[in-house]
Design a protein around this ligand. Structure first.
Ligand code: PMP
Length: 393
């Protein structure tokens, strides 16, 4: 018996969870580990969201919801998209509530990629994009970015990579793992290219609320002409500290939604009903919870950035959004994997090697600052001691 479908042969299991596993093994041996490897808010879900969900459960909201999600929630999302993102959407046809942004990405890839299609991935990138492309038989194509350019994509690199097989461009701003935020002008240029060459754009905006620069977030789907060729992905995990709820959504124009609706129907049928009331409350309730969390992330970012730059051999772009720093560790003469292993084993600080996010990420590591200020300060101190020893050797 052949085990495993051939389309999965090149799909790799997640390496970040492997780092977390290694860290937990060290802890089992009695070592202290500071976890900066996972992209997970350390805050709890705000109380009003939990309460609205509990009330829904007690009211008996325990039956199937429509495949697209509860209409009330889709109306709330549609209003939010207009107010926050300047995206027009019809709640009846243009939105599907998904199991996190992760499943929204699956819908986009399964719904729209054919074997041999080329998907342009701006790298270093969230690991899912490359793996999901492979899962559909599509070919992931690397569009490199650089620290010198603050990890913002140069649209000329996109143009250079176009072939008759190019189907889709993936953009992710604010960016995981680099913290880059793409200015409006850059997104306008990407939109021009997409329109000129008849391409789809998938815009993963999961970190839209976690942004430190004044200009704020910009959605490419708001550019005239883009509404019919953009699939916008968002969710509740990061903005409202709801990773375990598995709640997100996908928005696009009706024609693009139909293939994705098929995937939703024949996979999960619908998202758990009572949690969707929590999602509505997240949108309609007090947004101060986001401001408080972002203020905390900003303070942590400053601690981490300053702390990293206080190590002579390290350089690091200032993260403009999300909760990751992506320092350059090339001066230590180790690969990013060797560096992360050394820092985990010797300093008890769990980081992710940049090579996990792309070959372009070699020479860098990702540090998540979704951890307490105390933990971050201690992590920097531990790294300093470990790296000083390394330099002196
Ligand atoms: N996109 C990016 C860029 C992410 O970093 C993550 C989570 N790490 C996701 C999507 C998935 O988020 P969710 O929890 O909503 O599935």
């Amino acid at each position: 018996m052949d085990i495993g479908a051939s389309r999965l042969a090149n799909v790799e299991l997640g390496q970040i969870r492997a780092v977390a596993e290694k860290a937990r093994n060290l802890e089992k041996q009695g070592k202290s580990v500071i976890h900066l490897e996972m992209g997970e808010p350390d805050f709890s879900t705000p109380k009003h969201i939990v309460q609205a969900t509990q009330q829904a459960l007690e009211r008996g909201e325990v039956h199937y919801a429509p495949t697209r999600g509860l209409l009330q929630l889709r109306e709330d999302i549609s209003r939010k998209l207009k107010d926050d993102n300047n995206i027009n959407s019809d709640p009846e046809t243009d939105i599907i509530v998904t199991a996190g942004a992760s499943q929204a990405l699956l819908l986009a890839f399964l719904g729209h990629c054919n074997p041999g299609d080329e998907v342009l991935i701006i790298e270093p990138a969230y690991i899912f994009y490359r793996q999901l492309a492979r899962m559909t038989g599509a070919v992931p194509i690397t569009i490199p970015t650089s620290q010198e350019n603050n990890w913002v994509v140069d649209p000329n690199e996109i143009e250079k990579a176009l072939t008759p097989h190019t189907k889709m461009i993936l953009i992710n701003s604010p960016n995981n793992p680099t913290g880059a935020v793409y200015p409006k002008e850059v997104q306008e240029r990407i939109a021009e290219i997409a329109i000129q060459h008849d391409l789809l754009v998938v815009s993963d905006e999961i970190y839209e609320k976690i942004i430190y620069q004044e200009k704020g977030h910009f959605s490419i789907a708001s550019i005239p002409g883009m509404e019919k060729r953009t699939i916008t992905i968002n969710g509740y995990s990061k903005a409202y500290a709801m990773t375990g709820w598995r709640l997100g959504y996908i928005v696009s124009s009706n024609d693009l939604m139909i293939p994705m609706l098929k995937v939703q129907q024949y996979s999960v049928t619908c998202i758990p009903t009572f949690t969707q009331f929590g999602a509505s409350e997240a949108i309609n309730g007090d947004q101060q919870c986001i401001n408080d969390m972002v203020d905390a992330y900003r303070r942590r970012r400053d601690i981490v950035h300053k702390g990293l730059l206080s190590i002579d051999e390290i350089t690091c772009a200032l993260p403009e959004g999300a909760f990751y720093a992506f320092p350059n560790i090339t001066k230590f003469g180790l690969t990013s994997k060797e560096f992360a292993e050394k820092v985990l084993n010797e300093a008890g600080v769990a980081l992710v090697p940049g090579s996990v996010f792309s070959d372009v990420g070699e020479g860098f590591v990702r540090l998540s600052f979704a951890a307490s200020e105390k933990a971050l300060m201690e992590a920097i101190e531990r790294m300093k001691i470990c790296l000083e020893n390394l330099v002196r050797k």
